[in-house]
Design a protein. Structure first.
Length: 75
């Protein structure tokens, strides 16, 4: 099993991701591997939930819909 080594301060990383312009009603996309390396998937999921946002995974990307309103998958 591969050991994941975090490269940055998790709190700083979270602040940077969720204070970005895209996080204000838009969409944030991050590589699954990058998230796991930087803060860990559990912490990322927690931060998305805490904000009331929606989290999708498409292939090797996490997609965060930064809007608490319902999301509808059209196809």
């Amino acid at each position: 099993m591969e050991t994941i080594i975090r490269q940055s301060n998790a709190d700083y990383w979270v602040d940077q991701v969720f204070s970005a312009k895209q996080a204000r009603g838009g969409v944030v996309r991050r590589s699954v591997h990058w998230v796991q390396r930087e803060i860990g998937q559990d912490r990322f999921v927690h931060e998305v939930r805490a904000r009331g946002f929606h989290l999708l995974r498409a292939g090797d990307q996490f997609i965060v819909v930064c809007d608490p309103r319902p999301v509808q998958m059209l196809f």
